[in-house]
Design a protein around this ligand. Sequence first.
Ligand code: GLA
Length: 392
Amino acid sequence: MDIVDLKNGFIERYGGDESDIAVFFAPGRVNLIGEHTDYNGGFVLPFSLHYGTYLLARPLSDPMVKFKSLNFKMGAEVCMKYDLSPMGSEWVNYPLGILKEFKDRRVDIPGMALMFAGNIPSGAGLSSSASIEMVTAFALNKMLGLGWHMPELIKLSQHAENNFVGMKCGIMDQFAVGMGEKGHAVFLDCDTLNYSLVPFDFKNYLLIITNTNKRRELAGSKYNERRAECEMALWDINRVKKIKDLSKLTWDEFEHYKDQFRSKLIRNRAEHVVGENHRVLKSVEMLKSGNLEDFGQLMFESHYSLRDLYEVSCRELDILVEEASKIEGVIGSRMTGAGFGGCTITLIDEKKLEIYMEAISRIYKEKTGLKPDFYLAESGNGIQELKTMSTI
Ligand code: GLA
């Protein structure tokens, strides 16, 4: 996106000139591996994408905060003197929830004109929500000179999504958006929030995102249901062994205690979490040593576990992964994000990309009646204020 165009878009909507407009950017994220482990205190391995959300902001002298977007028609004006509450299921709830977090911390929020513009495909599971939340928190922190550290902004953004938007997400997305850096994956321990940046290089392979374009139904409630099932699994284990999170179970312990779970379903959920957590650890080693083939194999294993044990995949995602596995040059493929629709990521020899896109488009259309979309998962810059008139 071009910053000059964005500033012109802002001036068209709010008038004035560019002298007092500040520009901020937060990326989206894709998760390489470590799915549904974050809220179980486990490991994840996402990276920041080159797609993201831009926020242009100007201070105003009245107490109103104005919201507009280049992506959505709906806008809003909210007076900061009054309590903030959600507006239906509108996009504006994401930034509004962040403003509420600041207000709850006794920050006086002055008037502001805000304009959001994003190029993350929405509903694809690439964290457009966390990106809007984090860009808002980052901008407020800068503009109000609060000097809060990134972990605080990450936690308050997750809190806003859990409580204002009502999605009981873990911390992975906000963390990846806030801490991601170009060329690196974020290897995060979601229990302690200790993390390291793992440089990765796919060499002559590409990571391609394939969007099922399936409307996600009941994703929020199914997600919350999985969280509840994990709590039941933890409760069952805690009768015989005290652990803080499900992901603290080793494989041996899981084997030893597996008859303690109240049902096969609850045991399956726990087995996914324990296995997926191990796969993240192995993946980090493989990416560090450049062993992409074995990493690709772990991607497939992750998908089968999400499909069979955790049951968050869907027919469309399974078709994409199965068909990808048949294509020469594909070394790994899996669903990414929460599931129930959204996208797969596929590691493919760059020379076979055309063949992959042609074959997948045709077969997926035949089997589902839907047209898939493809995006390259390139690693992009982290969250920042854009001071220069540039494109990133
Ligand atoms: C969504 C949530 C994350 C995480 C993933 C699944 O993206 O926002 O916190 O739980 O699903 O790994």
